[in-house]
Design a protein around this ligand. Structure first.
Ligand code: SF4
Length: 675
């Protein structure tokens, strides 16, 4: 049994009343009674949060806070807890229907996350689904909040649109996505209608029960809309149950509620969430695990570790027949192995220490920030970021992406003394090193506008049918003035590339073993691997390589001191020299003995053996992308392995294709020796 010191996300429902009567919400039930949380409970929650700050404090987890009388006065002291706990984030969900007074706008501007409930871009439809909502109220309030932040010079909250999908709005999701972009939302979060709430015969139908045509419309809108959202810098984050249900129905599958030995739901919610409702109930997940029989006089610590939730934690960790009934049918979590869940639980911050964890923490003293707690991009145009060097670090698939990520992540943790690390790369903020970085697979930032038009045209005609070639496109488009050297003098670009033959071979195997289908026929991979690899290398692999590499090579001269190109082979042969070169290129001051020691320690932690141990400890590969349990993301990294499998004909074809771009294959193949 594992207890927690505090949930990662703690929600407080100050009151359960609401100013709307949404067609799918239990609050619309005529028998619904609005409760307000008692002063004594609020006092105890305040003391608890003061002593045990969660990562995110949600000041409302149900009801509509802004419709509570004097809500600003009642929540003020909780917001002020950010002073003693500056890393604690504040979140709120609101329908933004009330005409906000200036002091309310100022209060909302202090939140880090602002979740706005909007189901439609059409005023009549929004009003019909969520009567008597008026879209103009939400639009005006968002404008007021942004205006306040601009005038005060503060960062606005990260706005997320929460959209409940049903047969009512399914055919207008494209408009909802466009509306989110028009209003400057950073995230769009789709939820399925909660069908456990009785809606009556005329109630809205969710993904499972809407008719086929309507369901098809949802699929089509998502397929067409997600790339557009990305192009506008908006993250698409469907609720887990939404995605799960969507995929099952799209693939004509039924959910499997049977659990064999060792199988469980890989769900961290009972360890990471507690929502204190106004009526005294405590909720422990989105899937409906809650306890309404809790004695409000119990200490909060006992409430977050009450018997109900402990039984769920134990059942999930035991797996098989012990998986709790509610979890079996819950679409919020995927089936997996208990080992995977146990590894993830052990990595959580705020788990009450036990001997196992203490032993491990001696060698690995950082807690791991769960992926779900990683905030989206902050606004990179604020004063704080203007003082740092904007770096972008690009790699080819299978060319040291994770090695680079973890080196810088551990180095910054060592230098800054922060007690946690994250395990997903994308945007990293390293003020102690003097830079922030975008870290992805991608082409040279701004290539399409700064490259020679003839060459860009030729490049556009190449096979680029692999999302990994240019995964950073949306972010770069959003922040061209930050990351593109031709628009920002301070921008720095690092590109790590590998010899094309090893890169193609490694990427081919990686795609075949990836947990997601990536265009490799797995039957053929099993039966005729070498022939298949050679065909792939000639027809696809080399063009995918060139489609990325050539953008950097083409810009090399113009970029001058803004671009540092590093060979993967050199990095693997002499990481100390290469990482120091990168740090110097980014202007990081690493001269002091302490910082030199931090570099040495980061190199040690990211050695192949220690990273394998790290994978074993977490129960997943570094990238979390391997198809089979126990597979590692860390391969030997050795150069020249292509020689065992790539035929002379394939080499000749690749050589000829590269020559069309003025490249000499042999210049990539020299194997360096460590300095
Ligand atoms: S009911 Fe669902 S969300 Fe809740 S603990 Fe079980 S699997 Fe997780």
């Amino acid at each position: 049994m594992i207890e927690i010191e505090t949930p990662n996300i703690l929600g407080i429902e100050f009151w359960s009343g609401c100013n709307l009567r949404c067609t799918y919400c239990p609050v619309s039930d005529p028998g619904h009674k609005a409760d307000e949380m008692g002063a004594d409970m609020l006092d105890r929650l305040y003391d608890y949060v003061y002593a045990h700050p969660p990562q995110i404090l949600f000041l409302q987890c149900g009801g509509e806070l802004t419709s509570l009388k004097d809500w600003v006065g009642k929540t003020q002291r909780f917001m002020d807890l950010q002073m003693p706990h500056p890393t604690m984030q504040l979140g709120i969900t609101s329908n933004l229907q009330k005409r906000l007074a200036p002091e309310e706008v100022a209060a909302i501007a202090r939140f880090n996350y602002f979740l706005v409930s909007i189901d439609a871009a059409d005023e009549d439809l929004q009003r019909a689904i969520r009567p008597p909502a008026e879209l103009r109220n939400a639009v005006m309030n968002i404008a007021k909040i942004r205006t306040h932040c601009l005038a005060a010079g503060t960062e606005p909250p990260i706005f997320r649109m929460n959209c409940v999908v049903s047969d009512r709005n399914a055919r207008q999701l494209d408009r909802v996505f466009a509306f989110a972009a028009a209003l400057g939302f950073k995230e769009v979060y789709l939820l399925d209608v909660d069908e456990t709430v009785p809606h009556g015969a005329d109630g809205p139908r969710g993904l499972r029960h809407m008719d086929d045509e309507t369901f098809l419309a949802v699929l089509q809108h998502i397929q067409a809309g997600v790339p557009k959202l990305a192009a506008n810098g908006i993250t698409f984050t469907p609720a887990k149950n939404f995605w799960h249900t969507l995929m099952l129905r799209a693939n004509g599958q039924a959910a499997d509620h049977r659990f064999g030995p060792g199988e469980t739901k890989v769900c961290l919610e009972p360890w990471t969430y507690a929502g204190f409702l106004a009526n005294g109930t405590v909720a422990y997940c989105c899937g409906g695990i809650q306890d309404s029989g809790i004695d409000p006089a119990w200490p909060i610590d006992r409430q977050v570790n009450c018997e109900t939730v402990r039984a769920v934690r134990d059942g999930l960790l035991a797996g098989g027949a012990a998986v709790p009934e509610r979890c079996r049918t819950c679409a919020f979590a995927e089936k997996g192995h208990v080992r995977t869940l146990a590894g993830q639980v052990a990595d959580l911050p705020h788990i009450r220490p036990d001997s196992d964890r203490q032993a491990r923490s001696m060698t690995f003293p950082w807690t791991i920030m769960p992926d779900s707690a990683i905030p989206s991009y902050p606004d990179l145009r604020t004063e704080r970021f203007r003082e740092l060097v904007p770096a972008s670090l690009f790699t080819m698939p299978r060319s040291g992406t994770w090695y680079l990520f973890y080196f810088f992540e551990f180095l910054d943790a060592l230098v800054s003394g922060r007690p946690w690390i994250k395990t997903i790369h994308g945007f990293e903020d390293y003020p102690s090193l003097g830079f922030f970085k975008l870290h992805m697979h991608g082409i040279y930032p701004g290539f399409e506008s700064a490259g020679h038009p003839d060459f860009v045209e030729k490049w556009r005609g190449m096979n680029r049918d692999d999302p990994a070639i240019d995964a950073s496109r949306g972010t770069i488009q959003q922040y061209q003035d930050v990351f593109c050297p031709h628009l920002n003098e301070r921008a720095r670009v690092i590109y790590v590339y590998r010899n094309p033959l090893d890169q193609i071979v490694s990427a081919f195997h990686h795609k075949a073993r990836h947990r997601v289908e990536l265009g490799i026929d797995r039957d053929r991979y099993q039966t005729a691997q070498v022939a298949y690899l050679n065909e792939y290398a000639r027809t696809e692999g080399i063009d995918l390589f060139l489609a990325q590499f050539m953008t950097f090579d083409h810009m090399r001269q113009r970029a001058g001191e803004h671009l540092l190109m590093i060979r993967y082979e050199d990095l693997m042969a002499d990481p100390a020299t290469m990482f120091r070169r990168m740090l110097a290129f980014l202007g990081a001051d690493m001269d002091s003995p302490e910082r030199q020691a931090a570099i040495a320690r980061a190199l040690e932690i990211t050695s192949r053996d220690q990273m394998r141990e790290f994978e074993r400890m977490r129960g997943r590969s570094l990238a979390g992308d391997r198809g089979e349990a126990g597979q590692s993301h860390i391969q030997s990294g050795a150069s020249g392995r292509w020689q065992d499998v790539v035929s002379a004909d394939t080499i000749a074809a690749i050589r000829a294709r590269m020559a069309e771009f003025g490249l000499d294959l042999d210049s990539f193949l020299a194997i360096p020796q460590a300095e």
